[in-house]
Write a new protein. Structure first.
Length: 472
């Protein structure tokens, strides 16, 4: 039974320890297929055939059953066509989608919050079918060669396809995925010499890319407009060597008084690999005024801001105004419990995509080596401190000393975990809130100022070098 009062950090943590029927079997079928892709499907061996058969059995009784059974049989005989590979990718995606749905249902039970309904996308209009076919052909060649069989000749086949697709705005999404996937494979060539192959990750990318080549898969998400008050909860920063993304999780209160809903606003920019830590905000800050509002603890007033059915704000600074002070922990205690969780688009139904805002308090912190656990009244919940960004003042030590936490509930390596976005703790006998995005709009903190200065110097040097190259 869900507690009547979901405020104050009350959550049915005991539910996370209960087994979910069929989950292990679904993941085992996915793993079997992923192992088949490692060695390739040009001349499958008996173990690979078993993985293909297992995938087909896992979707028996569904609308995919007949097509996947045929595809598995053809692939086991080394005679799979592009359509057969699409069917196998669809089956794998459907299985992981069912895992996602089961995990999200458990989260709904634990938090007591309802989830929004996804909507069918709008047709994207005329698409370059020839380019989608070319992309599907390259992905099919990858499946035949397998990850152990990749070399630069195989991987380079993506280059002309990606170049042509990037010129078409309607194909930017699959083009970007193919480009990043090909770059990752190229950096790992030759596959035969790899000590460890990221089978799950590459199969994820392969399946998603293959389904995006199906006409209609890249249709435009349905969008509406948001007018009302935006109350930020926290910032999730994802950093790579050449890019950085900040995703702000917030509660939106519509001006018409309807039910508040959870939304996200994101900004991603390229970056030089020398800009790290707090210096990242210099690259992100000019593109989104919301970052300053987050660090200042303010709300924002939105007027006609585009928003998808999945809760993603298509941010435009001209449609956002400075709001009143809004404490994130007050929002988490009062408004978050009654907000509707964001819906999930069909192709985004994957366990790795789960990131649900939650508020926790009244827990005990257990520290074992480098592992933190929040012990709630209903049971333990692992803390994912590895996801805490270095671009802010939040640290694992602050989390360990906390008494309340705003975080993202995720599912990783077979267990639920919470990624802290902000905590309430005591510093020098004073209660303070520490946010991962606390330096987003600027900082007077010594460590933050030092990192920003280093980033400024690095960017200045790069610009000067680029200027010299252009003058030659």
């Amino acid at each position: 039974m869900v507690p009547a009062d979901q405020g104050g950090g009350v959550m049915r943590a005991d539910l996370f320890a209960e087994d979910i029927a069929g989950l292990d079997e679904a993941l085992a079928a996915v793993d079997g297929f992923d192992r088949a892709l490692v060695a390739g499907l040009l001349r499958p061996q008996p173990a690979q055939s078993a993985g293909l058969t297992g995938l087909a059995h896992a979707v028996a009784g569904t609308p995919l059953a007949a097509r996947v059974a045929e595809a598995a049989e053809k692939a086991a005989g080394g005679a799979a066509s592009e359509d057969h590979f699409v069917a196998l990718a669809a089956a794998r995606t459907a299985l992981l989608g069912s895992v996602h749905d089961a995990l999200m249902t458990r989260i709904e039970e634990a938090t007591g919050r309802p989830r929004g309904e996804a909507s069918a996308p709008e047709p994207a209009g005329q698409q370059a079918v020839n380019l989608l076919t070319a992309a599907r052909s390259w992905l099919s060649d990858l499946a035949r060669s397998g990850w152990q069989g990749i070399d630069h000749d195989v991987v380079s086949g993506a280059a002309p396809v990606v170049s042509a697709m990037l010129a078409d705005p309607g194909l930017r999404r699959p083009a970007t995925l193919l480009d990043g996937f090909a770059a990752e494979l190229a950096a790992s060539c030759p596959g035969a010499s790899m000590e460890r192959i990221p089978a799950r990750r590459w199969a994820d990318l392969w399946s998603r890319a293959l389904l995006l080549t199906v006409p209609g898969a890249v249709d435009v998400p349905v969008t509406g407009t948001a007018t009302g008050r935006l109350l930020p909860l926290g910032v999730d920063v994802q950093e790579h060597a050449t890019a950085v993304q900040a995703q702000i999780h917030a509660v939106f209160e519509p001006a018409d008084g309807t039910t508040p809903r959870l939304v996200r606003a994101g900004i991603a920019v390229p970056k030089p690999d020398t800009v790290v830590g707090a210096g990242l905000w210099q690259l992100l800050r000019p593109h989104m005024s919301l970052l300053t509002a987050v660090s200042e603890g303010r709300s924002m007033e939105l007027t006609g801001m585009p928003v998808t059915a999945e809760g993603d704000l298509i941010w435009n600074d001209e449609q956002a105004g400075r709001g009143e002070p809004a404490d994130a922990f007050a929002t988490a205690r009062v408004v978050l419990p009654v907000a509707t969780d964001a819906a999930t688009a069909p192709l985004d139904r994957h366990p790795a995509r789960i990131a649900v805002p939650v508020f926790l308090e009244g827990y005990a912190v257990q520290k074992d080596d480098d592992t933190l656990t929040f012990t709630l009244p209903g049971g333990p919940l692992a803390v994912d401190t590895d996801r805490i960004p270095t671009a802010g003042p939040l640290t694992p030590e602050a989390v360990a000393a906390s008494g309340a936490c705003i975080g993202l509930l995720r599912w990783d390596a077979g267990t639920y975990r919470v990624q802290p976005l902000a905590v309430e703790t005591t510093v020098r006998k004073k209660a303070v809130a520490i946010h991962a995005g606390g330096w987003a709009g600027g900082t007077t903190d010594k460590a933050g100022v030092k990192a920003e200065k280093a980033a400024t110097d690095a960017v200045a040097v790069l610009r000067e070098r680029a200027g010299r190259l252009l003058r030659k």
